[in-house]
Design a protein around this ligand. Structure first.
Ligand SMILES: [Zn+2]
Ligand SMILES: [Zn+2]
Length: 276
C-alpha cells in the first residue's frame, strides 16, 4: 500500500510502498477513507525543535486524524465488525496504569502509543487501529466529517475543564480546534464567546460559529478590548501555544479564572507579578 512516511530526522517525508499492516488479536484493520492534517503533523514534517525533543523512533507513517471502514478484526475484538465505520483516537492507552484507571487514558503513563508518531499512523491506505482507540461514527456523519472527530475531541476536552454554562470565554487562536471550541462553547451554554487571533478571515468565520466578537490581536490591545466588552472573563482556552499571548491572557482573566492550554507551548512560560 502507499503511505506517507517519516524516514529521516530532517524536514520532509516520503511517499512509499509498504506492506498492509498485520493486526494483532485486539486490533482492527481500517481502510482509511479520509484523513486531516493537524498542525502537529506539519511540525513532524518540518522536524521542528519541539518534535526533535520528543525523540521519536523512525521510520513511521504520519497522520492521526482520520476515519475509515473496518475491513478485518482480530480474534479478540468484541465491539466492532467488518464494515463498521470508525474514527481513531490518537492515543493508545495501556488500560491499567493510574492515569488510564482514572479517566485520563489520553495521558497514559505506561508507554502510551501515539498514532502518527510512535505508532504507524493514518496517512496510508490502511491502518492498524487497536480496538480500544476506535470510535464508531454516527450514522449521519460522513468520512470527511469523521476525520475531524479527533480535533473536535480536543476542543470538547478543553471546554470540559471549565464550567462553560453561563461563563464568558475567550478563545485564543481560531484555527480548527479554536473554531470548534467556539461553536461548542456556544452549544454548551456560554454566556459570551470572544475569539482572539490575527487571521482576519478566521476571525470573521468565528462570528458565524457563535462568537459574540472577534478581536484582531495585531490591531488591538486584546486585554483592553476584552475588559471593555465584558465585566469578567471566566476562562481562556489557548489554542496558540504563544507564550506572549498566554501571559497577556492571564492578565485578561478575572480572579479565579481558568486558563486551559491546548496549543503546544514551544518556549518557556514566565508568569510575572502575581503577588497580591
Ligand atoms: Zn491533531
Ligand atoms: Zn495507561
Amino acid at each position: 500500500m502507499k503511505a506517507i512516511r517519516k524516514t529521516k530526522k530532517v524536514s520532509g517525508a516520503e511517499l512509499m510502498d509498504i506492506p498492509i499492516p498485520k493486526i494483532g488479536p485486539r486490533d482492527l484493520l481500517v481502510k482509511v477513507k479520509a484523513a486531516a492534517l493537524c498542525k502537529s503533523d506539519v511540525e513532524v514534517f518540518e522536524w521542528t525543535p519541539l518534535v526533535q525533543a520528543a525523540n521519536y523512533r523512525l521510520p513511521f507513517t504520519m497522520g492521526h486524524e482520520f476515519a475509515g471502514e473496518v475491513v478485518e478484526t482480530g480474534e479478540l475484538v468484541s465491539a466492532f465488525s467488518k464494515g463498521d465505520r470508525v474514527a481513531g483516537e490518537t492515543h493508545i492507552p495501556c488500560g491499567t496504569c493510574r492515569e488510564c484507571r482514572t479517566g485520563n487514558q489520553h495521558i497514559c503513563s505506561n508507554h502510551m502509543g501515539v498514532l502518527g508518531r510512535s505508532v504507524d499512523g493514518a496517512f496510508g491506505e490502511y491502518i492498524r487501529l487497536p480496538e480500544v482507540s476506535a470510535i464508531r461514527l454516527s450514522v449521519d456523519v460522513d468520512y470527511i466529517q469523521g476525520s475531524l472527530y479527533e480535533p473536535l475531541g480536543t476542543a470538547i476536552h478543553a471546554l470540559q475543564k471549565v464550567s462553560v454554562s453561563g461563563a464568558n470565554i475567550a478563545i485564543l487562536g481560531p484555527g480548527t480546534i479554536g473554531l470548534m471550541a467556539c461553536e461548542a462553547a456556544r452549544a454548551m451554554g456560554a454566556a459570551g464567546v470572544i475569539t482572539v487571533g490575527s487571521n482576519p478571515e478566521r476571525l470573521r468565520y468565528s462570528l458565524t460559529l457563535g462568537a459574540d466578537s472577534a478581536i484582531n490581536a495585531k490591531e488591538q490591545n486584546f486585554i483592553k478590548e476584552i475588559k471593555k466588552q465584558c465585566s469578567h472573563l471566566d476562562a481562556v482556552i489557548d489554542c496558540t501555544g504563544n507564550a506572549g499571548l498566554i501571559n497577556q491572557a492571564i492578565d485578561a482573566l478575572s480572579a479565579a479564572g481558568v486558563l486551559v492550554h491546548v496549543g503546544m507551548v514551544e518556549s518557556e512560560l514566565a508568569i510575572p507579578r502575581y503577588m497580591y
